[in-house]
Structures are given as structure tokens and as C-alpha cells.
Design a protein around this ligand. Sequence first.
Ligand code: GLC
Ligand code: CA
Length: 557
Amino acid sequence: MQKKWWHGKTAYQIYPKSFYDANGDGIGDLRGVIEKLDYLQELGVEIVWLSPIYCSPLADQGYDISDYYNIDPRFGTMAEMDELIAKAKERGIGIVMDLVVNHCSDEHEWFRKACQDPDGPYGKFFYIVDRDGEHLPCNWRSAFGGSVWEPLPGHPDKLYLHTFHKKQPDLNWENPAMREEIYKMINWWLDKGLAGFRIDAIINIKKVLPFRDFPADRADGLCSISTMNYHAKGIGEFLGEMAERCFNPHNAFTAGEVFYVSDDRLPDFIGDHGYFSSMFDFNETLCNASEKGWYDQKPITPEQYKACCFESQAKVADFGFMSNIIENHDEPRGVSRYIPAGECTVRGKKMLGGLNFLLRGLPFIYQGQELGMENMAVSSIDEVDDISARDEYQVALNAGCTQQEALAAVNMFSRDNARTPYQWDDGPNAGFTTGTPWLHVNPNCKEINLAAQRNDPDSVYQFYRKLIKLRKNADLEDALIYGITVPYRVEQKNLMAYFRQGEQHKVLVLGNFQPQAQTVPLPGAVKKILLNNCGTAAITGDTAELEGYQLLVLEMA
Ligand code: GLC
Ligand code: CA
């Protein structure tokens, strides 16, 4: 595998709306990110991914873009964006933006023009079909519920396709003129000095054509959009072209949001000849997922977590880098999800963070993860902002759940869990804003906040700093960056253990994924304890006695 500039770095995701509000209107902004650059530098991250800040009606919190070339005034100005890129660069941080090109907003000029003249050039930027009575072209369900087909505004005789919300019409990638517009836009941003892109919902750009039905998987007679994704062939043509025209000439870093790719196609996506630098590993997030909806998804156990991580590591082996996460803006908080209920302690948070962070690949930290921020339950669906959670609530009710059961499912999986404002301190609104925050602040900000953790050597925050520093340790690069992952004692229950094996060094990571102590035989002599989330390490001869939720990172002789 060729070495790349980004391999040894740690990435950090900012959800700008909830990060820091510099002007007191309750919405986080670019000025807020600029003001916190010193903080990001102190943490040690070197790639920062910003969720969308382009002009948008915010129907899906910015993932519905109405102008790719401008910053939404709620987030700031283009001058501030340029300032952010420049000031980040001074601190050794590369800025990565979100690239949302499966769809745009129904308020984008292209869609407006398509509505004015569906047979004109912009009509061909979308999937617009003539209506055939009540019969729909296909039975695909949009990701946020209901059919993917919607009447074209102003044209009751026509329909347009949206695989997400109806305010997010899908762009027609089969149209070369549309692709040219996208490549022009990507290059315009990269020329400004962006380090790269996180690429949204990219697997959806290839459709099964001509449109056809798949077997229904719910009582609504529709099928999950993932069924369509699975059957769509030929996406490589678009992705290869985009890489060649945009990413490769700029030596850009790209992380694809890629679902449902078969194992044999992985080398086409990442690695030396991949369309992307990296792609996210969603194996753990998809564990126990049900076609019926969130209400039917069982919590993941530590044993399942371990199996999912190792499965992904084995698939990629040594040819590429996955991007490893425990959470993002679409998922609940990792500590609330992967640590069994009632066992979520500071120690457990560090262990989970360490186990994930040290896997082979590129670690992404989502804002607040480095503080151990947790889910926030609400007591009524009216308090929920997330459009996906609102849909899943209805799905649960339709399936016969009580309101209480439906709300329980929402509280477990709602995307709002990770979108509550960043907890800077224990003051009003956790120091996020002097105004009224756009989304509720988690009341646990009194205990969980940066100010309390910054000078505490035993905090989750300081532990993440150590992890990042360890990764930067050039001596161990052969093992910690490029070494393969070799699972150790997989059969030992609630022990997640693996080697990172390089040409010169061998590191053993041990995590005791339970509150009770357990004994682990060691495969050889320990040269050095690189990291420990407990006060002491009981290593005698060839055994380690791990305390509950202890994490040990050992350099082996
Ligand atoms: C991706 C984003 C998510 C968004 C969706 C539609 O999954 O991460 O937040 O809702 O795409 O753009
Ligand atoms: Ca603001």
C-alpha cells in the first residue's frame, strides 16, 4: 500500500449547527469553529470534517443544498470559510467539507428551472417521469418514509424521484451535463484549499433502470431503498470519473459514506486504486438492524460489537483504510449504544474509545465523543427535531407499538442524540450559546463538559489526547498505522483483544468489555505499557488480570 499524507492523522467531525455559536442566535456557526481552532489543535486532530454549511432550507439540516457555491448566512460568510481554511492550515489542520451530490434541495435553481420547463436541459438533471394514473414507476421507499415519487410542483401529470426527503430531489447522474456541473463545483472548492470531502449517500447515485419493483418488505407495499442499492450495477463508472477528474489531481482525502458494497468490490472503493481514500465502517451500526424499523432493532452486545469490528478489519486486511467511528451525526452516541445499559462509566467510555481508535484505519472522533457525551432521552415526540426519528416513530405506531414503545425506540436511535449542543462548560446552555439553542442541551452538561475535563488528567478528554498522541508516535508507525489487525482469544467472552502487527513492532490491545474482572493469558513478554485506563496494571509473568472495563495497550517484546 502506498503511503499517503493522511494515513497517520486523526480526523474529527464537526456538526457546525451544534458546535459553538459565536453570535448568540442559538445556531452554531463558522465563527464559532474558528474561535475553537486552538482547542482542536490542543486535542491533536489534523483533519476536520464539517457537516454541510452551504445554503440550505435545512429540511434535512443542510443535507439539502440550495446553492453549492455559497455559505448559508446562518452559518456565516464565504470570507469566514476562507479564513477557517487558512487558519486551520496554520495549525496543521486540513478542512474537509461534506459533498452532498446524490440530491440537492428542491429550492436549488436547477430544480426550480426543471419545474418551469421539465422538458428543458434542467429537467434532465433529475428523474422526472410522466404520471401513469395512480401507478408509480416503482415501489421504492424513501429513506425518510413514503414513496420515492412525488408530483412535480406545477405539473400534476409528472413525478420526480427522491430517495430521501421530498425536499431532496435526486440528481440524475446518467446525464453527463449534470456530472460536469458537479465536477466543476468540486474542483472549485478543492482549488480553494480544502483537504478533501466526506461524501454523502454516494451509493444512491446509481439507480436500477428502467425503474422496477422489488418485493415489498413492509405492509406499505414498498421496499427499502437498500434493496435497490444492492441491485444497482455500474456505479464505478461515475465514481472512477469523479476521482480522476477531481480528487486525484488534487491529492484530496475522501471518505465515502458507502453502504451495501459486496466484499469483492471493496478494493475498487478504497486502497491504492480505490475511488475514495477511505470509507466508513458501518458494520457495527447496522448490527441487528431490522427491515421493520428501529422499534424492532435489538441492542448490540459486546460480543457482537467485537465480531463486527473484526469482520470489517478482516475484509480490508492490508489493502486499504476504513474510517472507524463509534458515532456520527446520524447515529446515537457510541457510549450509550455499545456499552450495555447501566454500565456506562468514565472507564468504560475510555475503553470503548481506545478499542475502536486503535483498529486499523483512520479514526474519526465525532464532536463531544472526546468528552464522553451521551444520548439524551426526550419525553414526547414533539421534542424531536430529526425527520428520520419522526418517521420511525410513526412506523412503530403503525406496526402496533404503544406510544411509549415507539418513543423508547426513538430515544435509542434518534439522530438528535448526537446533535445536542456541544458541552463546553457547566454554565447556561453548556456554554454553547448565549441565546436560545436550536436544540435542547443535555442536562448532564453539569457533569460532562470540557471545562471540567480539561485539567483533569483522568478525564475522558485527556484519554483521547493520549490516544491521538500515541497514534502520532512515529516509532510505532509500522504497527499502529500500517500493521494488520490480528484478533486474539476471540472465544474469550467479553474480551476484545487484538494485535496490531508491524514489521518491527507488535502492539497488543486488551479491553475487558464487562464490569467483572477477568484474566487473560499473555502471548509473550510485555516490553512497555503504552496506555492504561486504570490506576494500576496487574501483569504477572504471562497473565494480565484485567479489572472491569479496563483497557491495556501493550508493546510486546
Ligand atoms: C447521509 C447523511 C444524513 C442525511 C442523508 C441525506 O446519510 O449523513 O445526515 O440525512 O445522507 O443526505
Ligand atoms: Ca450563530
